[in-house]
Design a protein around this ligand. Structure first.
Ligand code: ZN
Length: 134
């Protein structure tokens, strides 16, 4: 992994949480983006060289809605930047890690992403992301 790229935080009310995190981080979000296939709307802050990704559900069957129902608001995932998502997936699969996604898919913020299953990562939902332009 190259670096921690972002931390995903599940929130109920994106408008309210944008205000809260703007005050907390002393900066404003640089973009909002809906990922319709995932049923989420995201909002991104940049703090140093790490991003904070707020995630809220756009429909009841989205993974974020289910997460909040089970565990409440809070840290949802850690995302690590990689040069080649397909290669990294294969390497980690060969090491015995389980994936939620069979192959990388399109995510927010111009990324190709894949999630490791938290049961193979000590309960930490972990994403790898590759910049599409990289
Ligand atoms: Zn993410």
């Amino acid at each position: 992994m190259n670096k921690l790229e972002h931390i995903g935080i599940a929130v109920k009310d994106l408008d309210a949480s944008e205000k809260l995190f703007s005050l907390l981080l002393n900066t404003t979000p640089y973009k909002r983006e809906t990922v319709e296939s995932e049923g989420v709307v995201t909002s991104f802050f940049l703090v140093g060289n790490v991003k904070i990704e707020l995630l809220s559900a756009t429909r009841e069957d989205s993974a974020i809605a289910k997460f909040i129902e089970k565990r409440g608001e809070g840290i949802h995932h850690l995302a690590f930047d990689v040069d080649n998502a397909d290669e990294r997936m294969e390497q980690l699969r060969a090491s015995g890690f389980e994936w939620i996604n069979a192959t990388p898919k399109d995510g927010a913020d111009n990324k190709r992403i894949a999630f490791l299953h938290p049961k193979s990562t000590n309960g930490v939902l972990t994403e790898i992301c590759q910049d599409k332009d990289a």
